[in-house]
Design a binder for this molecule. Sequence first.
Ligand code: MN3
Length: 203
Amino acid sequence: MPFNLPKLDYNYNELEPHIDAKTMEIHYSKHHSGYVDKLNKAIAGTEYEENTLENLIQNYAKLPQTIAQAVRNNAGGHSNHTLFWTILSPKGGGNPNSDNLQFAINGAFGSIETFRERFSEKALSIFGSGWAWLCVDNNKNLTICSTPNQDSPITDGLKPILGLDVWEHAYYLNYQNRRPDYIKGFWNLVNWDKVSDYYSEAT
Ligand code: MN3
């Protein structure tokens, strides 16, 4: 099978109280695992088994119609969650601790507080299922955006460095309809070291 579920760097219960163990378990071992399985199934026996995940995501439009939607849903789901797990950490929260990323956030948004507000507003404003993102664009500028369902900013040529899953499966057990509280909790988990690494790689 070309694609595999990546290992988590923490246990299911280590993101508590902000993300509960049961949600983590279901989200990782059922939802994410399901995207990987369905992606592998969709491309099994086709030439696309040789493609990288990024290449698939950048080229949905060129895929045969019979597999295009399944690949879009599940390659996106695999890529989005793979990034998401890495930018969370039991030791996360606080502010970016790399000068480069701090400088870039201050330049793009004025301050880290304003960035957090604008990102949170974006995450809150998503209607239905989707993701909020902090991305690096072609001019190496930071930009906040959102995608519906499991669409990826990579399709639009952006490099995501921070993402927040606002599908109800990501928070409903613990927060029910209180998405604002989930978003507030998220900031306590952000692994800024990792986000800084992704920023450096993208710029
Ligand atoms: Mn999810």
